[in-house]
Design a protein around this ligand. Structure first.
Ligand SMILES: *Cc1c(COP(=O)(O)O)cnc(C)c1O
Length: 386
């Protein structure tokens, strides 16, 4: 383990916490029943575990257990929310509002709906990555059925003013969806106080297993009607059919519970490490911070580096440090990050960007080492150029 790269890509995914794994294990081999089997103990055991997990997740976001719909992750939750609303409310209107810096799992379903005849407004962001509430309010029309704005950005960590957005949407009678894949377990989320109607969650960014997530679906004041996107046995109140994945659901709840317990202390610890990393990196000059300096996830640092080639920069950090440029999903493409472009960065700067994602297992020693490697790489690349 010790000579593997230092893992600083916590926005892409995180390891499963040993305590999460321990909670999951009995549900693979021993309590393996189908939670929908009503006629015997095996089914009851699984059902009880799912019920407990549902209650735990609901409590974490101030929702009711019946408002949690389990999905395979945030991608599916976003698709269910956006397409489900479009299909249910198209007789009321066909206008949807979202933001330029959203994850592709929001932008792509919205683009798909546009290809079917829906109208899309994609709000720009300010140079700090925050949307303008004025812009949002002006974009809402009588035929607007949905506003989708993420809680925490996966590239630049920026936290949108969710409570204010919820207030605006509620006052106009528009359904408000938020992709909280990066936010759950890291910042407080309250669907009542923030007037959220739909919220996408996932487990694998907070030390839970991959392949499990949930959509919060408001049941009253106002009730949100969603058209199912997966039809079958009618699980999850008809909104998402398919046998429930008991071990993953148990692990998801355990991960959220642990995240909430440590949230405050861990935020302070990560903020300290992150700010230290930035100060170290800034000593080489020509470092631009992407996203709001304080209104961001404590474990996120995203910078553009002047005067270096982006590809060479990432290569230079190998094999010592595992970081990414932009998101895991888009960095396979040879295009600059759409998030950094939305901040107004030039192509050249956007290519030369680094996203550091610090997490539960990141140590001060690792941060010092990562800073040393990054600084040496940047200096070598700049000298090679001149
Ligand atoms: C990771 C992520 C997703 C996708 O979640 P999966 O559970 O991997 O499908 C969606 N939105 C955001 C903001 C993310 O960070």
């Amino acid at each position: 383990m010790s000579n593997r790269p230092i893992y600083l890509d916590a926005h892409a995914t995180t390891p499963v916490d040993p305590m999460v794994l321990e909670a999951m294990l009995p549900y693979f081999t021993q309590h393996f029943g189908n939670a929908a089997s009503k006629t015997h103990q095996y089914g009851w055991e699984a059902e009880a575990a799912v019920k407990q997990a549902r209650e735990c997740l609901a409590a974490a976001i101030h929702a009711e257990p019946e408002e949690i719909v389990f999905t395979s992750g945030a991608t599916e939750a976003n698709n269910l929310a956006i397409k489900g609303v479009a299909e249910s409310y198209f007789t009321k209107g066909r206008h949807i509002i979202t933001v330029a810096t959203e994850h592709n799992a929001v932008l792509d379903p919205c683009g798909y709906l546009r290809s079917l005849g829906f109208e899309l407004t994609i709000l720009p962001v300010q140079p700090d990555g925050l949307i303008s509430l004025d812009d949002l309010e002006k974009a809402i029309r009588p035929d607007t059925i949905l506003v989708s704005v993420m809680a925490a950005n996966n590239e630049i960590g920026v936290l949108q003013p969710i409570a204010e957005i919820g207030q605006i949407c509620r006052s106009h009678g528009v359904i408000f969806h938020t992709d909280a894949a990066q936010a759950i377990g890291k910042i407080p989320l309250d669907v009542q106080a923030m007037q959220i109607d739909l919220m996408s969650l996932t487990a694998h960014k907070i030390y839970g297993p991959k392949g499990i997530g949930a959509l919060y679906v408001r049941r009253r004041d106002p009730r949100v009607n969603l058209a199912a996107q997966l039809h079958g046995g009618g699980h999850e109140r008809g909104m998402r059919s398919g046998t429930l994945y008991t071990p993953q659901i148990v692990g998801f709840a355990k991960a959220v519970e642990m995240g909430l317990e440590e949230m405050k202390d861990e935020a302070n610890r990560l903020r300290g490490l992150r700010d230290h990393l930035l100060r170290q990196l800034q000593t080489v000059g020509g470092i631009h911070l992407n996203g709001h300096p304080t209104q961001r996830l404590p474990g996120n640092l995203n910078i553009c580096v002047e005067g270096v080639d982006g590809q060479a920069l990432l290569l230079g950090l190998q094999p010592a440090v595992a970081v990414s440029s932009g998101s895991a999903c888009s960095s396979a493409k040879v295009a600059p990050s759409h998030v950094l472009k939305a901040l107004g960065r030039s192509d050249e700067l956007a290519y030369a960007s680094l996203r550091f994602g610090l997490g539960r297992y990141t140590t001060g020693k690792e941060i010092d080492r990562a800073a040393d490697v990054a600084i040496a790489t940047i200096q070598a690349l700049r000298q090679g150029k001149s």
